[in-house]
Ligand binder design. Structure first.
Ligand code: FAD
Length: 412
């Protein structure tokens, strides 16, 4: 039986996975996505998760690999949509944290007892493209280069702008916003009826750098590391260089590079991004604080100068929906800081719950939206809290001998 048409805003990770599931359940789904189709234009941007609401996401050059940790929560959702195997074929297993101390020593802290308890590093761009293909195959229609600008909820019309700024109005239909942390739909809903929005900036930012494949590095540079299979470092680990109030991490890519992310206070006393005004100052800082890492990044100066500092915030909303007219999902409803690697995973879990609720009660939109929030908000709040706690664990506790002793005894 034909279901109600659904207008989905945002064809990122969560929007594409939701579109696939809704189309599979017989809904007519139109997805309006601000960016061009990444399958033709290349993957230009990273998540808007780093954006304070109302600001633009940071963009990368399109040539770097940006990756994410996929965990059981997200894998479970992908399994239920039949996509898990295809995604894992494009992922690198991470068995634990490889912690690097200031003396250049490193050791693995496994996530579990065997390879059934691991997480996976996946390319954001490759994953998004796979999800777009799957959603289209299921019957969802994508409209790229179409940014939502405003919604007139009283007249049930929405306004879209193309890349040239040319605007057009359309009937709104049943609106679902998967347009990320800076959600335009959320802004429109909030202007109509306040959603009880609270944004807590972390005060720390991040910058992405890259370790290329071992083949691009001199042999002398590789000697001190456990790289293999063409990787400069141990490939099956999430690498952490904890330094108390800041840290670097590195996740492997299938093309044998690592995406390195420096997390550091945005401003204030050294070290902060404000006290590293250029690549030369940053190189001195890396030599002192992350010995061994700088020689693995031959394009450090270029990356440091070119790549923007992303900002990180947690978004809390009292209301995720406007009666039965509009609903927010994924980062648009609950953007979190990335230290538990759970933002996308949590958003994937959202999509399964929402698709099942809508399929079960396709005519009761207000009831479905309220039930979706009732089920998902406590989980999103808990993950937001754990993500903030995990920043302290990753940048500090993992290097603490007392923490390590407790871990040995199985207390952590
Ligand atoms: P997004 O990925 O932001 O997608 C939103 C989409 O909506 C985009 O395609 C955008 O172009 C589109 N859009 C925006 N505005 C409009 C508009 N006005 N009209 C139409 N379309 C619009 N999560 C993990 O699970 N594991 C990790 O390891 C992890 N690491 C992270 C590392 C960093 C540094 C950051 C910042 C985040 C990380 N996350 C991680 C979080 C993860 O990136 C997000 O939770 C995830 O991307 C949310 O997906 P989404 O589809 O809701 O939003």
């Amino acid at each position: 039986m034909a279901q109600h048409p659904i207008t989905l805003i945002g064809g990122g990770l969560v929007g594409a996975l939701l579109a696939q599931q809704l189309a599979q359940r017989g809904f007519a789904v139109d997805v309006f996505e601000k960016r061009p189709d990444p399958r033709h234009a290349g993957f230009l941007g990273r998540s808007s998760a780093s954006c304070a609401p109302g600001t633009r996401p940071s963009m990368d050059s399109g040539s770097r690999s940006i990756n994410l940790a996929l965990a059981e929560r997200g894998l479970h959702a992908l399994r239920s949509t039949g996509l898990a195997d295809a995604v894992l074929q494009r992922a690198v297993m991470m068995r634990g944290r490889m912690v690097h101390d200031r003396d250049g020593q490193h050791g693995l802290q496994p996530y579990g007892i065997d390879d059934s308890e691991v997480i996976w590093s996946v390319s954001r761009g490759a994953l998004n493209m796979l999800l777009l293909d799957a959603a289209e195959a299921a019957g969802a229609r994508f409209h790229f280069g179409q940014a939502l600008t405003t919604v007139d909820f009283d007249r049930q019309r929405l306004r879209l702008a193309d890349a040239d700024g040319v605007e057009r109005d359309l009937p709104a239909g049943l609106l679902i916003g998967a347009d990320g942390a800076g959600s335009a739909l959320r802004a429109a809903m909030n202007a109509h009826t306040p959603l009880g929005e609270r944004v807590e900036p972390l005060g720390h930012g991040y910058k992405e750098l890259e370790i290329p494949p071992a083949s691009e590095l001199p042999a002398a540079v590789l000697q001190a590391n456990d790289g293999r299979d063409g990787f400069a470092l141990e490939p099956n680990a999430l690498h952490i260089w904890p330094r108390g109030s800041y840290m670097c991490i590195a996740l492997p890519n299938t093309e044998r590079s690592f995406t390195v992310t420096l997390f550091l206070p945005g401003k204030g006393r050294a070290p902060s991004f404000a006290t590293l005004p250029d690549a030369a100052a940053a190189a001195t800082f890396f030599t002192e604080q992350f010995p061994g890492l700088l020689p693995l990044m031959p394009r450090f100066a270029e990356d440091f100068e070119h790549n923007p500092v992303g900002t990180l915030s947690t978004l809390y909303l009292q209301r995720w929906h406007l009666d039965g007219r509009a609903l927010l999902i994924g980062d648009a409803a609950h953007a979190i800081v990335p230290f538990h690697g759970q933002g996308m995973n949590c958003g994937f879990e959202d999509t399964v719950v929402l698709a099942n609720l809508l399929a079960a009660s396709p005519d009761d939109h207000a009831g479905v939206f309220a039930e979706f929030q009732r089920q998902r908000q406590p989980n999103a709040d808990a993950i937001a809290h754990m993500a903030l706690e995990n920043y302290i664990e990753m940048r500090d506790s993992v290097a603490d001998p007392h923490y390590l002793a407790k871990r040995e005894l199985g207390a952590l």
